[in-house]
Design a binder for this molecule. Sequence first.
Ligand SMILES: Cc1ncc(COP(=O)(O)O)c(C=O)c1O
Length: 384
Amino acid sequence: MTVHSPHPLFEQHTDRTHSNSIKWNKYQGRDILPMWVADSDFKVPDVITEALHQHVDHGIFGYGHPPPRLAELLVERMQQRYDWNIEPDWIVYLPGLVCGLNLAVRALTDENQAVLSPKPIYPPFTSSVKLANRTLKIAPVSLQDNRWLIDLEQAEISPETKLLLFCNPLNPGGTVYRHDELTALLAFAEKHDLYICSDEIHCDLILDKNARHIPFASLNNSAAQRSVTLIAPSKTFNIAGLGASMAIIPNPVLRRRFIKSKAGIVPDVNVLAYTAAQAAYESGQPWLDQQLAFLRQQRDKLESEVNAMPFLKLHHIEATYLAWIDASALPVASPYKFFEQAGVGLSPGADFGNARFVRLNFACCSKTLNEALRRMRLAIKNLI
Ligand SMILES: Cc1ncc(COP(=O)(O)O)c(C=O)c1O
Protein backbone atom coordinates (compact mmCIF):
# COMPACT_ATOMS: atom_id res chain seq x y z
CA MET A 1 0.00 0.00 0.00
CA THR A 2 1.47 3.40 -0.97
CA VAL A 3 0.76 5.97 1.64
CA HIS A 4 2.03 9.53 1.22
CA SER A 5 1.34 10.56 4.76
CA PRO A 6 3.83 11.56 7.42
CA HIS A 7 2.15 8.90 9.58
CA PRO A 8 2.21 5.62 7.60
CA LEU A 9 1.90 3.54 10.79
CA PHE A 10 -1.43 5.09 11.67
CA GLU A 11 -2.73 5.35 8.12
CA GLN A 12 -2.78 1.57 7.68
CA HIS A 13 -6.27 0.18 7.82
CA THR A 14 -6.36 -3.26 9.46
CA ASP A 15 -9.53 -5.26 8.91
CA ARG A 16 -11.16 -5.90 12.29
CA THR A 17 -14.49 -7.20 11.01
CA HIS A 18 -13.69 -10.83 11.87
CA SER A 19 -11.85 -10.29 15.13
CA ASN A 20 -14.79 -10.33 17.60
CA SER A 21 -14.26 -6.63 18.18
CA ILE A 22 -17.05 -4.92 20.13
CA LYS A 23 -16.52 -1.81 18.04
CA TRP A 24 -16.61 -3.51 14.64
CA ASN A 25 -19.13 -6.29 15.36
CA LYS A 26 -21.90 -3.81 16.11
CA TYR A 27 -22.30 -2.93 12.43
CA GLN A 28 -21.16 -6.19 10.87
CA GLY A 29 -22.57 -6.59 7.36
CA ARG A 30 -23.88 -3.00 7.30
CA ASP A 31 -22.28 0.00 5.67
CA ILE A 32 -21.88 1.96 8.90
CA LEU A 33 -18.46 3.18 10.02
CA PRO A 34 -17.90 2.27 13.67
CA MET A 35 -16.67 5.40 15.43
CA TRP A 36 -18.03 4.74 18.86
CA VAL A 37 -16.48 2.63 21.66
CA ALA A 38 -13.12 3.97 22.84
CA ASP A 39 -10.50 1.72 21.37
CA SER A 40 -8.39 2.74 18.42
CA ASP A 41 -7.99 1.07 15.05
CA PHE A 42 -4.19 1.22 15.37
CA LYS A 43 -1.91 -1.78 15.61
CA VAL A 44 0.05 -1.70 18.84
CA PRO A 45 3.78 -0.91 18.84
CA ASP A 46 5.97 -3.80 17.65
CA VAL A 47 7.64 -3.91 21.06
CA ILE A 48 4.34 -5.07 22.58
CA THR A 49 3.69 -7.69 19.91
CA GLU A 50 7.25 -9.00 20.28
CA ALA A 51 7.00 -9.24 24.06
CA LEU A 52 3.69 -11.08 23.75
CA HIS A 53 5.19 -13.49 21.18
CA GLN A 54 8.05 -14.27 23.51
CA HIS A 55 5.66 -14.93 26.36
CA VAL A 56 3.42 -17.12 24.19
CA ASP A 57 6.44 -19.09 22.96
CA HIS A 58 7.28 -19.96 26.56
CA GLY A 59 4.03 -21.88 26.41
CA ILE A 60 2.96 -21.88 30.07
CA PHE A 61 0.25 -19.60 31.40
CA GLY A 62 -0.11 -20.44 35.07
CA TYR A 63 -0.95 -17.97 37.85
CA GLY A 64 1.37 -14.98 37.83
CA HIS A 65 2.67 -12.23 40.08
CA PRO A 66 2.85 -8.66 38.79
CA PRO A 67 6.37 -8.25 37.35
CA PRO A 68 8.45 -6.09 39.76
CA ARG A 69 9.83 -4.22 36.73
CA LEU A 70 6.33 -2.97 35.92
CA ALA A 71 6.06 -1.24 39.30
CA GLU A 72 9.51 0.32 38.76
CA LEU A 73 8.43 1.58 35.36
CA LEU A 74 5.26 3.04 36.78
CA VAL A 75 7.15 4.83 39.55
CA GLU A 76 9.59 6.26 36.97
CA ARG A 77 6.79 7.19 34.61
CA MET A 78 4.79 9.09 37.22
CA GLN A 79 7.93 10.89 38.35
CA GLN A 80 9.31 11.77 34.92
CA ARG A 81 6.11 12.62 33.11
CA TYR A 82 3.91 13.96 35.87
CA ASP A 83 6.30 15.02 38.63
CA TRP A 84 4.53 12.70 41.07
CA ASN A 85 6.58 10.59 43.48
CA ILE A 86 4.77 7.35 44.19
CA GLU A 87 5.81 4.23 46.09
CA PRO A 88 5.54 0.74 44.57
CA ASP A 89 3.42 -0.27 47.59
CA TRP A 90 0.73 2.22 46.61
CA ILE A 91 -0.06 0.33 43.38
CA VAL A 92 -3.01 -2.06 43.22
CA TYR A 93 -3.27 -3.91 39.89
CA LEU A 94 -6.70 -4.35 38.37
CA PRO A 95 -8.08 -6.15 35.30
CA GLY A 96 -9.85 -2.96 34.20
CA LEU A 97 -10.61 0.59 35.19
CA VAL A 98 -14.38 0.27 35.27
CA CYS A 99 -13.74 -2.34 37.89
CA GLY A 100 -11.65 0.26 39.74
CA LEU A 101 -14.50 2.78 39.69
CA ASN A 102 -16.93 0.21 41.09
CA LEU A 103 -14.45 -0.86 43.77
CA ALA A 104 -13.78 2.73 44.79
CA VAL A 105 -17.50 3.36 45.30
CA ARG A 106 -17.87 0.20 47.40
CA ALA A 107 -14.65 0.63 49.38
CA LEU A 108 -14.98 4.32 50.19
CA THR A 109 -18.69 4.64 50.93
CA ASP A 110 -21.45 2.60 52.54
CA GLU A 111 -25.06 2.17 51.50
CA ASN A 112 -26.30 5.18 53.46
CA GLN A 113 -23.92 7.48 51.71
CA ALA A 114 -23.92 9.41 48.45
CA VAL A 115 -21.48 9.75 45.59
CA LEU A 116 -21.03 12.84 43.45
CA SER A 117 -20.46 12.33 39.75
CA PRO A 118 -19.96 14.77 36.87
CA LYS A 119 -22.58 14.76 34.11
CA PRO A 120 -22.31 14.33 31.14
CA ILE A 121 -19.77 11.64 31.86
CA TYR A 122 -18.46 8.24 30.76
CA PRO A 123 -21.44 5.98 31.67
CA PRO A 124 -19.75 3.67 34.26
CA PHE A 125 -19.33 6.66 36.57
CA THR A 126 -23.04 6.84 37.28
CA SER A 127 -23.73 3.12 36.90
CA SER A 128 -21.06 2.25 39.50
CA VAL A 129 -23.02 4.33 42.02
CA LYS A 130 -26.37 2.79 41.13
CA LEU A 131 -25.01 -0.78 41.08
CA ALA A 132 -23.72 -0.32 44.63
CA ASN A 133 -27.05 1.11 45.84
CA ARG A 134 -25.49 4.42 46.79
CA THR A 135 -27.29 7.71 46.27
CA LEU A 136 -26.18 9.47 43.10
CA LYS A 137 -25.53 13.22 43.26
CA ILE A 138 -24.67 15.23 40.18
CA ALA A 139 -22.05 17.88 39.56
CA PRO A 140 -22.98 19.32 36.15
CA VAL A 141 -20.29 19.76 33.53
CA SER A 142 -20.73 23.03 31.68
CA LEU A 143 -18.87 25.19 29.22
CA GLN A 144 -16.59 27.72 30.85
CA ASP A 145 -14.47 29.78 28.42
CA ASN A 146 -15.04 27.12 25.76
CA ARG A 147 -13.84 24.28 27.98
CA TRP A 148 -15.99 21.59 29.56
CA LEU A 149 -15.54 21.81 33.34
CA ILE A 150 -17.29 20.56 36.44
CA ASP A 151 -19.40 23.36 37.87
CA LEU A 152 -18.72 22.98 41.58
CA GLU A 153 -21.12 25.78 42.48
CA GLN A 154 -23.99 23.80 40.98
CA ALA A 155 -22.94 20.46 42.52
CA GLU A 156 -25.60 18.62 44.51
CA ILE A 157 -24.11 17.93 47.87
CA SER A 158 -25.52 16.58 51.13
CA PRO A 159 -23.97 15.63 54.48
CA GLU A 160 -24.11 12.00 53.28
CA THR A 161 -21.92 12.73 50.23
CA LYS A 162 -18.55 11.07 50.79
CA LEU A 163 -16.94 10.53 47.41
CA LEU A 164 -16.45 12.49 44.21
CA LEU A 165 -15.76 10.60 41.00
CA PHE A 166 -13.50 12.73 38.85
CA CYS A 167 -12.32 12.26 35.26
CA ASN A 168 -9.16 14.02 34.03
CA PRO A 169 -8.66 14.32 31.08
CA LEU A 170 -12.39 14.47 30.78
CA ASN A 171 -14.41 11.93 28.80
CA PRO A 172 -16.43 13.19 27.07
CA GLY A 173 -15.11 16.70 26.41
CA GLY A 174 -11.33 16.21 26.38
CA THR A 175 -10.57 18.88 28.99
CA VAL A 176 -7.18 18.79 30.71
CA TYR A 177 -7.69 20.29 34.16
CA ARG A 178 -5.28 23.09 35.06
CA HIS A 179 -3.50 23.55 38.35
CA ASP A 180 -5.85 26.24 39.66
CA GLU A 181 -8.89 24.16 38.70
CA LEU A 182 -7.51 21.12 40.54
CA THR A 183 -6.74 23.29 43.56
CA ALA A 184 -10.35 24.52 43.57
CA LEU A 185 -11.51 20.90 43.40
CA LEU A 186 -9.29 20.01 46.34
CA ALA A 187 -10.66 22.95 48.36
CA PHE A 188 -14.18 21.69 47.58
CA ALA A 189 -13.22 18.15 48.68
CA GLU A 190 -11.69 19.49 51.90
CA LYS A 191 -14.72 21.67 52.64
CA HIS A 192 -17.13 18.75 52.24
CA ASP A 193 -14.72 16.09 53.50
CA LEU A 194 -14.83 14.02 50.33
CA TYR A 195 -12.66 11.26 48.98
CA ILE A 196 -11.77 11.64 45.30
CA CYS A 197 -11.52 8.80 42.83
CA SER A 198 -9.64 10.34 39.91
CA ASP A 199 -9.90 8.40 36.66
CA GLU A 200 -6.83 9.46 34.67
CA ILE A 201 -6.91 6.73 32.03
CA HIS A 202 -6.53 9.27 29.19
CA CYS A 203 -3.59 11.12 30.80
CA ASP A 204 -1.01 10.07 28.18
CA LEU A 205 -3.20 11.32 25.33
CA ILE A 206 -2.66 15.06 25.72
CA LEU A 207 -3.02 16.70 22.32
CA ASP A 208 -2.45 20.35 23.16
CA LYS A 209 1.25 21.13 23.25
CA ASN A 210 0.75 23.68 26.03
CA ALA A 211 -1.50 21.48 28.20
CA ARG A 212 0.05 19.35 30.92
CA HIS A 213 -1.51 16.51 32.86
CA ILE A 214 -1.36 16.99 36.62
CA PRO A 215 -2.42 13.98 38.70
CA PHE A 216 -4.92 15.20 41.29
CA ALA A 217 -3.12 13.27 44.02
CA SER A 218 0.17 15.02 43.23
CA LEU A 219 -1.17 18.43 44.39
CA ASN A 220 -0.20 17.94 48.03
CA ASN A 221 -0.55 15.50 50.92
CA SER A 222 -4.20 16.34 51.56
CA ALA A 223 -5.04 15.43 47.95
CA ALA A 224 -2.93 12.27 48.10
CA GLN A 225 -4.45 11.05 51.36
CA ARG A 226 -8.05 11.39 50.15
CA SER A 227 -7.56 9.92 46.67
CA VAL A 228 -7.64 6.82 44.56
CA THR A 229 -6.04 7.43 41.15
CA LEU A 230 -6.91 5.10 38.28
CA ILE A 231 -4.57 4.78 35.33
CA ALA A 232 -3.76 2.24 32.61
CA PRO A 233 -1.75 1.78 29.43
CA SER A 234 -4.94 0.53 27.73
CA LYS A 235 -6.10 3.67 25.85
CA THR A 236 -2.57 4.95 25.29
CA PHE A 237 -1.31 1.79 23.60
CA ASN A 238 -4.59 0.23 22.41
CA ILE A 239 -4.46 -2.83 24.67
CA ALA A 240 -7.83 -2.41 26.41
CA GLY A 241 -8.86 -5.98 25.54
CA LEU A 242 -5.94 -7.34 27.54
CA GLY A 243 -6.96 -5.65 30.78
CA ALA A 244 -3.99 -4.25 32.70
CA SER A 245 -4.89 -1.30 34.90
CA MET A 246 -3.71 0.22 38.14
CA ALA A 247 -5.08 2.05 41.13
CA ILE A 248 -2.57 4.21 42.98
CA ILE A 249 -3.60 4.70 46.60
CA PRO A 250 -1.17 6.55 48.90
CA ASN A 251 -3.34 6.29 52.04
CA PRO A 252 -2.79 2.82 53.60
CA VAL A 253 -6.25 2.76 55.22
CA LEU A 254 -8.02 3.50 51.93
CA ARG A 255 -5.75 1.03 50.16
CA ARG A 256 -6.63 -1.75 52.61
CA ARG A 257 -10.33 -1.02 52.19
CA PHE A 258 -9.98 -1.03 48.41
CA ILE A 259 -8.06 -4.34 48.40
CA LYS A 260 -10.58 -5.89 50.79
CA SER A 261 -13.49 -4.94 48.55
CA LYS A 262 -11.99 -6.86 45.63
CA ALA A 263 -11.06 -9.98 47.61
CA GLY A 264 -12.47 -13.17 46.13
CA ILE A 265 -14.40 -11.32 43.43
CA VAL A 266 -11.93 -9.54 41.18
CA PRO A 267 -9.49 -11.91 39.46
CA ASP A 268 -5.77 -11.31 39.16
CA VAL A 269 -4.56 -9.52 36.08
CA ASN A 270 -3.97 -11.78 33.09
CA VAL A 271 -0.29 -12.68 32.75
CA LEU A 272 -0.22 -11.57 29.10
CA ALA A 273 -1.67 -8.21 30.10
CA TYR A 274 1.26 -7.65 32.46
CA THR A 275 3.67 -8.50 29.67
CA ALA A 276 2.02 -6.02 27.31
CA ALA A 277 1.85 -3.28 29.93
CA GLN A 278 5.51 -3.69 30.82
CA ALA A 279 6.62 -3.59 27.17
CA ALA A 280 4.44 -0.52 26.56
CA TYR A 281 5.86 1.45 29.46
CA GLU A 282 9.41 0.23 28.84
CA SER A 283 9.71 0.89 25.12
CA GLY A 284 6.47 2.31 23.71
CA GLN A 285 7.32 6.02 23.80
CA PRO A 286 8.50 6.49 20.18
CA TRP A 287 5.26 4.90 18.96
CA LEU A 288 3.23 7.04 21.37
CA ASP A 289 4.92 10.22 20.10
CA GLN A 290 3.96 9.31 16.54
CA GLN A 291 0.43 8.46 17.59
CA LEU A 292 0.02 11.82 19.31
CA ALA A 293 1.24 13.67 16.20
CA PHE A 294 -1.26 11.73 14.10
CA LEU A 295 -4.13 12.29 16.53
CA ARG A 296 -3.40 16.04 16.56
CA GLN A 297 -3.72 16.07 12.79
CA GLN A 298 -7.02 14.15 12.99
CA ARG A 299 -8.32 16.42 15.76
CA ASP A 300 -7.49 19.59 13.81
CA LYS A 301 -9.25 18.33 10.70
CA LEU A 302 -12.28 17.18 12.66
CA GLU A 303 -12.65 20.44 14.54
CA SER A 304 -12.49 22.56 11.41
CA GLU A 305 -14.78 20.32 9.35
CA VAL A 306 -17.43 19.72 12.01
CA ASN A 307 -17.56 23.42 12.83
CA ALA A 308 -18.06 24.18 9.14
CA MET A 309 -21.21 21.99 9.11
CA PRO A 310 -24.53 23.70 9.77
CA PHE A 311 -26.16 22.86 13.13
CA LEU A 312 -23.04 21.27 14.70
CA LYS A 313 -20.58 22.67 17.21
CA LEU A 314 -17.38 21.08 18.46
CA HIS A 315 -15.38 22.79 21.18
CA HIS A 316 -11.63 22.44 21.21
CA ILE A 317 -10.38 18.99 22.31
CA GLU A 318 -7.31 19.27 24.55
CA ALA A 319 -6.87 15.52 25.09
CA THR A 320 -8.26 12.06 24.22
CA TYR A 321 -9.31 10.81 20.79
CA LEU A 322 -12.98 11.41 21.52
CA ALA A 323 -14.97 14.35 20.15
CA TRP A 324 -18.05 15.53 22.06
CA ILE A 325 -20.18 17.06 19.32
CA ASP A 326 -23.03 19.40 20.16
CA ALA A 327 -25.88 18.55 17.78
CA SER A 328 -28.58 20.34 19.78
CA ALA A 329 -29.39 22.64 16.84
CA LEU A 330 -29.82 19.73 14.44
CA PRO A 331 -33.55 19.56 13.53
CA VAL A 332 -33.92 15.79 14.10
CA ALA A 333 -35.38 13.77 16.99
CA SER A 334 -32.20 11.78 17.62
CA PRO A 335 -28.82 13.01 16.33
CA TYR A 336 -27.36 9.57 17.07
CA LYS A 337 -29.94 7.75 14.92
CA PHE A 338 -29.70 10.40 12.22
CA PHE A 339 -25.96 9.87 11.76
CA GLU A 340 -26.29 6.12 12.07
CA GLN A 341 -28.78 6.12 9.22
CA ALA A 342 -26.26 8.19 7.28
CA GLY A 343 -23.64 5.45 7.80
CA VAL A 344 -21.70 6.83 10.75
CA GLY A 345 -21.88 4.89 14.02
CA LEU A 346 -21.28 7.32 16.89
CA SER A 347 -21.82 6.95 20.63
CA PRO A 348 -25.23 8.28 21.64
CA GLY A 349 -24.94 11.32 23.89
CA ALA A 350 -27.83 9.95 25.96
CA ASP A 351 -25.50 7.29 27.39
CA PHE A 352 -23.37 10.07 28.87
CA GLY A 353 -26.27 12.25 29.98
CA ASN A 354 -27.18 14.50 27.04
CA ALA A 355 -29.13 13.06 24.11
CA ARG A 356 -28.53 16.17 21.96
CA PHE A 357 -24.83 15.31 21.69
CA VAL A 358 -22.93 12.52 19.95
CA ARG A 359 -19.40 11.28 20.63
CA LEU A 360 -17.06 10.51 17.76
CA ASN A 361 -13.90 8.38 18.12
CA PHE A 362 -11.26 9.71 15.72
CA ALA A 363 -8.56 7.11 16.45
CA CYS A 364 -8.82 5.66 12.95
CA CYS A 365 -6.99 6.19 9.66
CA SER A 366 -7.68 9.48 7.90
CA LYS A 367 -9.47 7.68 5.07
CA THR A 368 -12.13 6.46 7.54
CA LEU A 369 -12.40 9.87 9.19
CA ASN A 370 -12.72 11.63 5.82
CA GLU A 371 -15.45 9.24 4.74
CA ALA A 372 -17.35 9.71 8.02
CA LEU A 373 -17.14 13.49 7.62
CA ARG A 374 -18.31 13.23 4.01
CA ARG A 375 -21.35 11.18 5.08
CA MET A 376 -22.19 13.57 7.91
CA ARG A 377 -21.89 16.59 5.60
CA LEU A 378 -24.10 14.97 2.98
CA ALA A 379 -26.76 13.93 5.50
CA ILE A 380 -26.96 17.46 6.86
CA LYS A 381 -27.06 18.93 3.35
CA ASN A 382 -30.03 16.71 2.56
CA LEU A 383 -31.86 18.14 5.55
CA ILE A 384 -31.67 21.72 4.39
C1 LIG B 1 -12.73 7.60 31.55
C2 LIG B 1 -12.65 6.13 31.29
N1 LIG B 1 -12.48 5.28 32.31
C3 LIG B 1 -12.42 3.94 32.10
C4 LIG B 1 -12.54 3.41 30.83
C5 LIG B 1 -12.53 1.92 30.58
O1 LIG B 1 -11.60 1.26 31.30
P1 LIG B 1 -11.49 -0.33 31.21
O2 LIG B 1 -11.71 -0.72 29.80
O3 LIG B 1 -10.09 -0.56 31.66
O4 LIG B 1 -12.49 -0.87 32.14
C6 LIG B 1 -12.74 4.27 29.75
C7 LIG B 1 -12.93 3.72 28.40
O5 LIG B 1 -13.38 4.34 27.51
C8 LIG B 1 -12.78 5.65 29.98
O6 LIG B 1 -12.94 6.51 28.97
